[in-house]
Design a binder for this molecule. Structure first.
Ligand SMILES: [Cu+2]
Length: 362
């Protein structure tokens, strides 16, 4: 291309080169996009439908991206300003109706097609759950999840999610404070937990394993730690778990705290691992590792280390006044400040004694 021709129209040869570059780059981009592992293993019966949709989006979007970038780079190269041309202006342009109709119609058709696909897919995977489907209530609060369900007429409340594999579950999602988002990446679906309303979705976990609930809506300082373990169990193991948690060992301990009918140890442990659901007290074990209680979360400091040298009075102070002293590497304002108010004196005493004994035990 000589100096004299470069302001002329794009030649046929150039078009051939541009289209060839675009086709090759698109093919590479699509191959790369499809071979990347974007998501974790498929853990629900609808996961493959979401993944197929994702692949379709890649196949459609890569050529558009490549086309735009190719034309931009070509234009920069071909019509760049050279020294001495600072005052020159290009020919006046009065629009091109044909071109405008084309570049409006094609994107409209593409977007409408993808929207139709997405709508059909959404209606398909959101199919109303069959009557009698197991309901699990999911409650988000800064910065933890609680799960409750009814099995054999008994309410089970936990800080980890237990579900049987292969059975449809209807999740009812709520929030006690700000907007959170209930998401198990392996299951693919996610939904906001919005204060004041109940949202949710139904799906069938298809793969036994341990996963994590991830809060997918920025909800405050502890957002990044707002996770919970998910256990997808074979039917027999799930039944055994239900049997275990519904057997009333110390189940009445929390309520019996004031009349002294349960041992202080039992009350303390119960509060540590299960909190006090009736007053909304979060369980310590949701966020803290403590060997004696069998908890393992790393959201808050590991109590076996952090309070191992502390007297009971200091442990008590950390429970009722959590922001006064913060362990290195942890943030202020993550631990709930209402524990001193939602537990009564006996319960706080029992909890303090239990933690003190547990971390000083060798
Ligand atoms: Cu969050």
């Amino acid at each position: 291309m000589g100096e004299d021709t470069r302001r002329g129209p794009v030649t046929g040869r150039m078009w051939v080169t541009l289209i060839a570059i675009g086709l090759v780059a698109s093919a590479i981009g699509i191959a790369l996009g499809l071979s990347l592992r974007w998501f974790p293993a498929q853990g629900s019966t609808i996961a493959h439908k979401i993944d197929t949709f994702w692949d379709v989006l890649i196949i459609v979007s890569v050529p558009i991206f490549v086309g735009v970038v190719t034309m931009v780079l070509f234009s920069i190269w071909r019509w760049r300003q050279r020294p001495g041309e600072e005052l020159l202006d290009g020919p006046p342009i009065h629009g091109n109706t044909k071109l405008e109709v084309v570049w409006t119609t094609i994107p409209t058709i593409i977007i409408a097609g993808l929207c139709a696909y997405a709508t059909v897919l959404l209606l398909d995977i959101q199919n109303a759950p069959a009557k009698g489907t197991r309901v699990i209530n999911v409650t988000g609060q800064q910065f933890a999840w609680t799960f409750s369900t009814v099995e054999n007429g008994k309410k089970i409340q936990t800080n980890e999610l237990y579900v049987p594999v292969g059975e449809p579950i209807n999740f009812k999602v709520r929030s006690l404070d700000v907007i959170h988002d209930f998401w198990v990446p392996e299951w693919r679906l996610k939904v906001d937990a919005v204060p004041g309303i109940t949202t949710g979705y139904a799906l069938t976990p298809s793969k036994v394993g341990n996963y994590q609930v991830v809060c997918a809506e920025l909800c405050g300082l502890g957002h990044a730690f707002m996770r919970a373990n998910v256990h997808v169990l074979p039917a027999a193991k799930y039944a055994a778990w239900v049997q275990k948690v519904t057997t009333p060992v110390g189940a009445a301990a929390v309520g019996a705290a004031s009349n002294g009918s349960a041992s202080v140890d039992t009350i303390g442990k119960q509060l540590f691992v299960a909190g006090n659901p009736s007053t909304g007290t979060l369980a310590c074990g949701t966020c803290h590792t403590m060997k004696a209680a069998g908890t393992s979360s790393a959201t808050g400091p590991n109590l076996d280390k952090f309070v191992a040298q502390d007297p009971a009075s200091a442990i008590r102070e950390m429970i009722v006044n959590p922001n006064k002293e913060i362990a290195t590497g942890f943030a202020k304002g993550v631990m709930p400040v209402n524990i001193g108010k939602t537990l009564n004196k006996q319960q706080i005493d029992a909890l303090t004694a239990y933690i003190y004994k547990s971390v000083h035990r060798r």
